[in-house]
Design a protein around this ligand. Structure first.
Ligand code: FMN
Length: 209
């Protein structure tokens, strides 16, 4: 009987220790300290995608994460258009392709084959709106990464659409408010490549000792 009581006490102690370890230890994912750092460090720009589209509910969650980004005075100086319907996306691409039929790579190719495209416009009447949109974009890309979805931030199609009058119908279709200017595109989709990280210059950050 004494031995059984001792055994139960030892088992209880072992369970308690295991429980404490579980709450004290940070969750390990790959070689990183925690899932947030893993998400940041493992995100890469994806330029090859599977054709699969992303579930509407998942896109809504990603956008919700996006708009929870910090932003100046909580003005939320962005407007967002999510193009997830392939027919609509194709119609926008056709406008670009028709504008320069012999330069498909420069126009349609600038979307990098992502099946879902998020167009972000900034409020030209707010001096911090570019930062707001950048932070929104990063929240979108990191939340996508955390859900196993690849992303790419795109400036080339923005320049092309804004600078070419032949692309005006795209801006009409996106229907941003007056004083809002298309500023970023974010491509989303399931990655069909695993690019290596690009080198970063740590010397750009200096501690003042
Ligand atoms: C504002 C901005 C514009 C970008 N525009 C393009 C682009 O037009 N085409 C492209 O392939 N990548 C574009 N990128 C992706 C960058 O090339 C990429 O983030 C950078 O090379 C670092 O690689 P990583 O994202 O894999 O870490 C852009 C990124 C940012 C932030």
């Amino acid at each position: 009987m004494k031995n059984i009581k001792l055994l139960i006490a030892l088992l209880a102690l072992a369970a308690l220790t295991a429980c404490n370890n579980a709450t004290q230890q940070p969750q390990q994912t790959t070689q990183y300290e925690n899932p947030t750092i893993a998400t940041i460090m493992e995100r890469r720009s994806i330029r090859a995608y599977k054709p699969d589209t992303i579930a509407r509910q998942t896109l809504e969650r990603i956008i919700e994460c996006g708009i929870n980004a910090p932003n100046g005075q909580n003005k939320q100086s962005w407007e967002i258009r999510i193009v997830h319907n392939p027919a609509i996306f194709d119609s926008l691409k056709t406008i670009m392709a028709d504008a320069y039929p012999d330069k498909a790579e420069m126009t349609v190719g600038s979307f990098r084959g992502a099946p879902v495209m998020i167009f972000i416009a900034r409020d030209l009447n707010y001096d911090f709106s570019a930062y707001d949109c950048g932070l929104l974009a990063q929240n979108i890309m990191l939340s996508a990464q955390s859900l196993g979805i690849g992303s790419i931030c795109l400036g080339s199609p923005v320049r092309f659409i804004n600078d070419n009058p032949a692309c005006a119908p795209i801006l009409q279709r996106l229907n941003f408010s007056p004083n809002y200017q298309l500023s970023l595109c974010i491509g989303l989709g399931y990655a069909n490549e695993t690019p290596d990280p690009k080198p970063r210059n740590k010397a750009k950050a200096q501690f003042l000792e």
